[in-house]
Design a protein around this ligand. Sequence first.
Ligand code: IMP
Ligand code: MG
Length: 180
Amino acid sequence: MPVVRGKDIEMLFSASAIARRNLELAKDIAARDYDNLLVISILKGSFIFAADLIRAMHDAGVEPEVEFIFISSYGSGTTSGEVKVLRDIDNDVRGRDVLLIDDILESGKTLKFTRELMVSRGAKSVSIAVLLDKRTRRQTEIDADYVGFECPDYFVVGYGMDVAHAFRELPFVGVVRGEA
Ligand code: IMP
Ligand code: MG
């Protein structure tokens, strides 16, 4: 088991498995023939996935514009969870095909909120790509169009995802299993 900062990290999805899956997702996205695609990466958790996925999309012949939105959700996983925009995109989405990219789809609140925001601003279509889907945790009716992997109900870290601001830099997705 890899040891990082004195903790055992159990690897769930290796860097090479993620890279292979990103190529498949990119081909699926290319097959949809989006028009004038605007990718919106939801910060902070999706920054590494988005960076890899858009380069895989380039190899698959897709030429998106790229934006970032900083969304925070307090009390995620509870019914009182409040979602808000901490930093908005700079771009007009009216009439655009939008692809939202996030790290994990869990309760669904973050992506439901963000999708509705883009629809209300006049996006022509809003699709969703997530690296991980924790389906058993869903509290709202929402599904992603592109899912990297089904994720077991563990708190995962790495590949952009953190626990208390740590472990975002890991090149793989893993679970913290305690002291090494
Ligand atoms: P949702 O609104 O409940 O779907 O929340 C999804 C957000 O919660 C993701 O964008 C992540 O930032 C965060 N999140 C959910 N599960 C995990 C996890 O296991 N590790 C790290 N972040 C997580
Ligand atoms: Mg997030």
